[in-house]
Design a protein around this ligand. Sequence first.
Ligand code: CU
Length: 352
Amino acid sequence: MQAIGATGAVAVAGCLGGDTGANSAEADQSAAEDEGLPAAKDVDVDRIARDPTDIPAPVDWNEPREHDITIETVRQTAEIEPGVTFEYMTFEGQVPGPMIRVRRGDRVNLTFEVPEDLNAAAHNMDFHAVYGPGGGADATTIAPGDDPTQISFTADYAGVFIYHCAIPNMDQHISSGMFGSILVEPEEGLPEVDHEYYLGQHEIYTDGDVGEKGHHSFDFDAMLDESPTYVVFNGQAYGFAPDGGQPMQANTGETARVYFANGGPNLLSSLHPIGNVWSRYYRDGDLLSDPAHNVETAPVAPGTTTAGEMEFPVPGPVKIVDHALTRAARRGALGVVNVEGEPTEDLYDEDP
Ligand SMILES: [Cu+2]
Protein backbone atom coordinates (compact mmCIF):
# COMPACT_ATOMS: atom_id res chain seq x y z
CA MET A 1 0.00 0.00 0.00
CA GLN A 2 2.70 2.46 0.99
CA ALA A 3 4.59 1.53 -2.13
CA ILE A 4 2.02 3.31 -4.25
CA GLY A 5 0.82 5.81 -1.70
CA ALA A 6 1.55 9.42 -2.45
CA THR A 7 3.57 9.70 0.75
CA GLY A 8 6.58 8.88 -1.41
CA ALA A 9 7.23 9.26 -5.09
CA VAL A 10 5.94 6.47 -7.29
CA ALA A 11 8.48 5.02 -9.67
CA VAL A 12 6.71 6.27 -12.74
CA ALA A 13 8.99 4.94 -15.42
CA GLY A 14 10.40 1.98 -13.53
CA CYS A 15 9.14 -0.61 -11.10
CA LEU A 16 6.10 0.30 -9.08
CA GLY A 17 7.03 -1.82 -6.11
CA GLY A 18 9.81 0.24 -4.55
CA ASP A 19 9.99 1.05 -0.86
CA THR A 20 9.04 4.63 -0.16
CA GLY A 21 10.40 4.89 3.34
CA ALA A 22 10.19 2.63 6.34
CA ASN A 23 8.66 5.19 8.66
CA SER A 24 6.18 6.80 6.32
CA ALA A 25 3.17 5.23 8.03
CA GLU A 26 4.35 6.47 11.43
CA ALA A 27 5.10 9.88 9.99
CA ASP A 28 1.62 10.04 8.51
CA GLN A 29 0.10 9.13 11.83
CA SER A 30 1.98 11.77 13.81
CA ALA A 31 1.32 14.40 11.15
CA ALA A 32 -2.40 13.68 11.39
CA GLU A 33 -2.24 14.01 15.16
CA ASP A 34 -0.20 17.24 15.07
CA GLU A 35 -2.39 19.01 12.57
CA GLY A 36 -5.65 17.58 13.77
CA LEU A 37 -6.92 16.27 10.47
CA PRO A 38 -10.00 14.31 11.52
CA ALA A 39 -9.86 10.53 11.38
CA ALA A 40 -10.79 8.85 8.12
CA LYS A 41 -14.55 8.33 7.86
CA ASP A 42 -16.49 5.18 7.13
CA VAL A 43 -16.83 4.78 3.39
CA ASP A 44 -20.10 4.49 1.46
CA VAL A 45 -18.49 2.66 -1.44
CA ASP A 46 -15.46 0.34 -1.68
CA ARG A 47 -14.03 2.02 -4.75
CA ILE A 48 -14.99 5.45 -5.99
CA ALA A 49 -13.23 4.63 -9.26
CA ARG A 50 -15.50 3.55 -12.06
CA ASP A 51 -14.20 0.40 -13.74
CA PRO A 52 -12.46 1.63 -16.93
CA THR A 53 -14.09 -1.20 -18.86
CA ASP A 54 -17.58 -0.06 -17.79
CA ILE A 55 -18.48 1.21 -21.27
CA PRO A 56 -21.62 0.51 -23.31
CA ALA A 57 -21.10 -1.80 -26.29
CA PRO A 58 -20.26 -0.21 -29.66
CA VAL A 59 -23.12 1.08 -31.80
CA ASP A 60 -24.52 -1.73 -33.95
CA TRP A 61 -27.59 0.03 -35.37
CA ASN A 62 -27.96 1.95 -38.62
CA GLU A 63 -31.02 4.12 -38.04
CA PRO A 64 -31.64 6.86 -35.45
CA ARG A 65 -32.72 5.45 -32.14
CA GLU A 66 -34.15 6.80 -28.88
CA HIS A 67 -32.42 6.29 -25.55
CA ASP A 68 -34.17 6.75 -22.21
CA ILE A 69 -31.44 7.50 -19.70
CA THR A 70 -31.76 8.26 -16.00
CA ILE A 71 -28.91 9.89 -14.10
CA GLU A 72 -29.01 10.20 -10.32
CA THR A 73 -26.58 12.30 -8.29
CA VAL A 74 -25.09 10.70 -5.17
CA ARG A 75 -22.86 12.04 -2.44
CA GLN A 76 -20.28 9.41 -1.50
CA THR A 77 -17.64 9.21 1.19
CA ALA A 78 -14.79 7.17 -0.24
CA GLU A 79 -11.03 6.75 -0.21
CA ILE A 80 -8.80 8.81 -2.49
CA GLU A 81 -6.09 6.36 -1.47
CA PRO A 82 -5.93 3.93 1.47
CA GLY A 83 -6.54 5.77 4.73
CA VAL A 84 -7.50 9.06 3.05
CA THR A 85 -11.22 9.78 2.82
CA PHE A 86 -13.10 12.54 1.01
CA GLU A 87 -16.70 13.35 0.35
CA TYR A 88 -17.32 13.08 -3.38
CA MET A 89 -20.24 14.32 -5.41
CA THR A 90 -21.01 11.94 -8.25
CA PHE A 91 -23.21 11.05 -11.16
CA GLU A 92 -24.41 7.52 -10.40
CA GLY A 93 -22.10 6.88 -7.46
CA GLN A 94 -18.67 6.68 -9.08
CA VAL A 95 -16.12 8.81 -10.91
CA PRO A 96 -16.28 9.59 -13.74
CA GLY A 97 -20.03 9.51 -14.38
CA PRO A 98 -21.32 6.72 -16.61
CA MET A 99 -20.33 6.83 -20.27
CA ILE A 100 -23.31 7.48 -22.50
CA ARG A 101 -22.92 6.01 -25.99
CA VAL A 102 -25.16 6.88 -28.94
CA ARG A 103 -25.00 7.22 -32.72
CA ARG A 104 -25.10 10.60 -34.42
CA GLY A 105 -28.76 11.55 -34.95
CA ASP A 106 -30.04 9.52 -32.00
CA ARG A 107 -32.46 11.07 -29.54
CA VAL A 108 -31.66 11.07 -25.83
CA ASN A 109 -34.48 11.41 -23.30
CA LEU A 110 -32.73 12.24 -20.04
CA THR A 111 -34.31 12.04 -16.61
CA PHE A 112 -32.20 13.77 -13.97
CA GLU A 113 -32.69 13.06 -10.27
CA VAL A 114 -31.21 14.65 -7.13
CA PRO A 115 -32.62 12.51 -4.30
CA GLU A 116 -32.92 14.35 -1.00
CA ASP A 117 -31.37 11.58 1.09
CA LEU A 118 -28.33 11.26 -1.18
CA ASN A 119 -27.44 14.91 -1.76
CA ALA A 120 -26.71 18.16 0.04
CA ALA A 121 -26.54 20.55 -2.92
CA ALA A 122 -28.35 21.38 -6.13
CA HIS A 123 -26.93 19.93 -9.35
CA ASN A 124 -27.45 19.91 -13.09
CA MET A 125 -25.86 18.55 -16.28
CA ASP A 126 -24.07 20.47 -19.03
CA PHE A 127 -23.45 18.19 -22.02
CA HIS A 128 -20.88 19.37 -24.52
CA ALA A 129 -22.69 17.19 -27.06
CA VAL A 130 -25.87 19.30 -26.85
CA TYR A 131 -27.02 22.35 -28.78
CA GLY A 132 -29.03 24.31 -26.22
CA PRO A 133 -28.73 26.75 -23.29
CA GLY A 134 -26.00 25.57 -20.96
CA GLY A 135 -25.83 22.25 -22.80
CA GLY A 136 -28.92 21.32 -20.80
CA ALA A 137 -27.74 22.86 -17.54
CA ASP A 138 -30.43 25.52 -17.31
CA ALA A 139 -33.27 23.05 -17.73
CA THR A 140 -31.85 20.31 -15.51
CA THR A 141 -31.01 22.41 -12.42
CA ILE A 142 -32.77 20.96 -9.39
CA ALA A 143 -32.26 20.94 -5.63
CA PRO A 144 -32.27 17.87 -3.40
CA GLY A 145 -35.78 16.52 -3.13
CA ASP A 146 -37.14 18.39 -6.16
CA ASP A 147 -39.12 16.38 -8.67
CA PRO A 148 -36.88 14.75 -11.28
CA THR A 149 -36.39 16.89 -14.36
CA GLN A 150 -36.28 15.88 -18.01
CA ILE A 151 -34.65 17.09 -21.18
CA SER A 152 -34.66 15.57 -24.63
CA PHE A 153 -31.96 16.22 -27.22
CA THR A 154 -30.72 14.99 -30.54
CA ALA A 155 -27.02 14.12 -30.66
CA ASP A 156 -26.55 16.20 -33.79
CA TYR A 157 -22.76 16.18 -34.03
CA ALA A 158 -20.40 13.24 -33.72
CA GLY A 159 -17.42 13.13 -31.39
CA VAL A 160 -16.58 12.26 -27.83
CA PHE A 161 -17.53 14.92 -25.31
CA ILE A 162 -17.53 15.69 -21.64
CA TYR A 163 -20.52 16.39 -19.46
CA HIS A 164 -20.33 18.01 -16.04
CA CYS A 165 -22.26 19.71 -13.30
CA ALA A 166 -22.54 23.44 -14.03
CA ILE A 167 -24.24 25.06 -11.08
CA PRO A 168 -22.56 28.26 -9.70
CA ASN A 169 -20.08 26.23 -7.63
CA MET A 170 -19.34 24.11 -10.70
CA ASP A 171 -15.58 24.09 -10.10
CA GLN A 172 -16.08 22.65 -6.63
CA HIS A 173 -18.60 20.12 -7.90
CA ILE A 174 -16.34 18.96 -10.73
CA SER A 175 -13.43 18.75 -8.32
CA SER A 176 -15.65 16.58 -6.16
CA GLY A 177 -16.24 14.21 -9.06
CA MET A 178 -19.11 15.55 -11.16
CA PHE A 179 -18.06 14.91 -14.74
CA GLY A 180 -18.36 12.14 -17.32
CA SER A 181 -18.44 11.49 -21.06
CA ILE A 182 -20.88 11.07 -23.89
CA LEU A 183 -19.65 9.30 -27.01
CA VAL A 184 -21.56 10.18 -30.18
CA GLU A 185 -20.35 7.69 -32.76
CA PRO A 186 -20.22 8.80 -36.40
CA GLU A 187 -22.80 7.10 -38.62
CA GLU A 188 -20.12 4.79 -39.99
CA GLY A 189 -19.00 3.80 -36.48
CA LEU A 190 -15.52 3.51 -35.04
CA PRO A 191 -12.65 1.14 -35.87
CA GLU A 192 -12.93 -2.17 -34.09
CA VAL A 193 -10.53 -2.66 -31.19
CA ASP A 194 -10.01 -5.45 -28.67
CA HIS A 195 -10.38 -3.28 -25.57
CA GLU A 196 -11.89 0.05 -24.69
CA TYR A 197 -10.96 1.90 -21.50
CA TYR A 198 -12.64 4.92 -19.96
CA LEU A 199 -10.49 7.16 -17.80
CA GLY A 200 -11.26 10.56 -16.30
CA GLN A 201 -8.64 12.86 -14.81
CA HIS A 202 -9.48 15.55 -12.30
CA GLU A 203 -7.99 17.57 -9.45
CA ILE A 204 -9.03 17.26 -5.81
CA TYR A 205 -8.41 20.32 -3.62
CA THR A 206 -8.34 19.46 0.08
CA ASP A 207 -7.31 20.86 3.46
CA GLY A 208 -4.76 18.08 3.94
CA ASP A 209 -1.41 17.24 2.42
CA VAL A 210 -1.05 14.62 -0.25
CA GLY A 211 -0.79 11.23 1.45
CA GLU A 212 -1.86 12.57 4.84
CA LYS A 213 -4.07 10.01 6.54
CA GLY A 214 -7.47 11.06 7.77
CA HIS A 215 -10.55 12.75 6.39
CA HIS A 216 -9.85 15.52 3.91
CA SER A 217 -12.37 18.31 3.40
CA PHE A 218 -12.75 20.41 0.28
CA ASP A 219 -10.54 23.54 0.33
CA PHE A 220 -11.69 26.59 -1.65
CA ASP A 221 -8.41 28.47 -1.06
CA ALA A 222 -6.41 25.65 -2.62
CA MET A 223 -8.81 25.68 -5.56
CA LEU A 224 -8.45 29.44 -5.99
CA ASP A 225 -4.69 28.90 -6.08
CA GLU A 226 -5.24 26.03 -8.55
CA SER A 227 -2.97 24.03 -6.27
CA PRO A 228 -4.50 20.56 -5.97
CA THR A 229 -3.72 18.01 -3.30
CA TYR A 230 -4.44 15.10 -5.65
CA VAL A 231 -4.64 14.72 -9.41
CA VAL A 232 -6.32 11.41 -10.04
CA PHE A 233 -7.74 9.05 -12.63
CA ASN A 234 -11.33 7.93 -11.98
CA GLY A 235 -11.42 9.69 -8.64
CA GLN A 236 -8.76 7.58 -6.99
CA ALA A 237 -5.00 7.97 -6.59
CA TYR A 238 -3.20 5.07 -8.30
CA GLY A 239 -6.49 3.16 -8.52
CA PHE A 240 -5.21 1.18 -11.50
CA ALA A 241 -1.65 0.51 -10.42
CA PRO A 242 -0.72 -3.18 -10.04
CA ASP A 243 0.26 -2.78 -6.41
CA GLY A 244 -2.92 -2.33 -4.42
CA GLY A 245 -5.09 -1.27 -7.34
CA GLN A 246 -6.80 -2.95 -10.24
CA PRO A 247 -4.81 -2.57 -13.44
CA MET A 248 -6.40 -2.82 -16.84
CA GLN A 249 -5.60 -6.05 -18.69
CA ALA A 250 -4.63 -6.81 -22.29
CA ASN A 251 -2.65 -9.37 -24.27
CA THR A 252 0.12 -8.87 -26.77
CA GLY A 253 -1.19 -8.49 -30.29
CA GLU A 254 -4.34 -6.75 -29.10
CA THR A 255 -5.44 -3.15 -29.56
CA ALA A 256 -7.13 -0.72 -27.23
CA ARG A 257 -8.89 2.60 -27.45
CA VAL A 258 -8.75 4.89 -24.42
CA TYR A 259 -11.43 7.50 -23.91
CA PHE A 260 -9.82 10.11 -21.70
CA ALA A 261 -11.89 12.84 -20.07
CA ASN A 262 -10.18 15.76 -18.39
CA GLY A 263 -12.75 17.11 -15.95
CA GLY A 264 -10.24 19.62 -14.60
CA PRO A 265 -11.66 21.87 -13.32
CA ASN A 266 -8.45 23.80 -14.00
CA LEU A 267 -5.37 21.88 -15.13
CA LEU A 268 -4.41 20.85 -18.63
CA SER A 269 -3.42 17.20 -18.85
CA SER A 270 -0.46 15.95 -20.88
CA LEU A 271 -1.62 12.48 -21.80
CA HIS A 272 1.15 9.97 -22.44
CA PRO A 273 1.40 6.15 -22.47
CA ILE A 274 4.81 5.19 -21.05
CA GLY A 275 6.45 2.51 -23.18
CA ASN A 276 3.91 2.96 -25.95
CA VAL A 277 2.50 5.61 -28.28
CA TRP A 278 -0.92 6.81 -29.42
CA SER A 279 -0.71 5.10 -32.78
CA ARG A 280 -4.00 6.78 -33.74
CA TYR A 281 -5.00 9.82 -31.73
CA TYR A 282 -8.30 11.67 -32.05
CA ARG A 283 -7.31 15.17 -31.03
CA ASP A 284 -9.83 16.92 -28.80
CA GLY A 285 -12.21 14.02 -29.34
CA ASP A 286 -12.61 14.75 -33.06
CA LEU A 287 -13.85 11.45 -34.50
CA LEU A 288 -14.49 12.78 -38.03
CA SER A 289 -11.01 13.83 -39.11
CA ASP A 290 -8.38 11.23 -39.80
CA PRO A 291 -6.64 10.53 -36.52
CA ALA A 292 -3.10 11.77 -35.93
CA HIS A 293 -0.39 9.09 -35.90
CA ASN A 294 2.26 8.13 -33.37
CA VAL A 295 1.52 10.93 -30.95
CA GLU A 296 3.67 10.73 -27.82
CA THR A 297 2.09 13.25 -25.45
CA ALA A 298 -1.18 15.01 -26.17
CA PRO A 299 -2.54 18.09 -24.41
CA VAL A 300 -6.05 17.53 -23.11
CA ALA A 301 -7.74 20.76 -22.05
CA PRO A 302 -10.04 20.77 -19.05
CA GLY A 303 -13.54 20.17 -20.35
CA THR A 304 -12.49 17.76 -23.07
CA THR A 305 -12.73 14.05 -23.72
CA THR A 306 -10.25 12.66 -26.23
CA ALA A 307 -9.62 9.21 -27.65
CA GLY A 308 -6.40 7.42 -28.49
CA GLU A 309 -5.61 3.94 -29.78
CA MET A 310 -2.66 1.78 -28.82
CA GLU A 311 -1.24 -1.53 -29.99
CA PHE A 312 0.44 -3.92 -27.60
CA PRO A 313 3.22 -5.72 -29.49
CA VAL A 314 5.36 -6.18 -26.37
CA PRO A 315 4.44 -7.56 -22.91
CA GLY A 316 4.80 -5.52 -19.76
CA PRO A 317 3.05 -2.61 -18.11
CA VAL A 318 1.96 0.42 -20.11
CA LYS A 319 1.59 3.30 -17.69
CA ILE A 320 -0.83 5.99 -18.75
CA VAL A 321 0.10 9.27 -17.08
CA ASP A 322 -0.30 13.00 -17.05
CA HIS A 323 3.25 13.81 -18.21
CA ALA A 324 3.32 16.79 -15.86
CA LEU A 325 5.09 14.09 -13.91
CA THR A 326 4.81 15.37 -10.36
CA ARG A 327 1.13 14.58 -10.71
CA ALA A 328 1.93 11.04 -11.85
CA ALA A 329 4.70 10.41 -9.31
CA ARG A 330 3.15 12.03 -6.25
CA ARG A 331 -0.47 13.05 -6.72
CA GLY A 332 -2.08 9.96 -8.24
CA ALA A 333 -2.36 10.54 -12.00
CA LEU A 334 -1.19 7.14 -13.21
CA GLY A 335 -3.02 4.05 -14.48
CA VAL A 336 -1.54 0.81 -15.75
CA VAL A 337 -2.48 -1.50 -18.60
CA ASN A 338 -0.97 -4.86 -17.75
CA VAL A 339 0.00 -6.46 -21.06
CA GLU A 340 0.64 -10.21 -20.98
CA GLY A 341 2.24 -12.34 -23.65
CA GLU A 342 5.42 -13.83 -24.97
CA PRO A 343 8.47 -11.56 -25.32
CA THR A 344 9.13 -10.27 -28.83
CA GLU A 345 12.88 -9.70 -28.80
CA ASP A 346 12.98 -8.31 -32.32
CA LEU A 347 11.10 -5.29 -31.01
CA TYR A 348 12.43 -5.14 -27.48
CA ASP A 349 15.03 -7.23 -25.67
CA GLU A 350 15.68 -6.23 -22.09
CA ASP A 351 18.57 -8.67 -21.65
CA PRO A 352 20.42 -9.17 -24.94
CU1 CU B 1 -23.31 19.64 -8.90
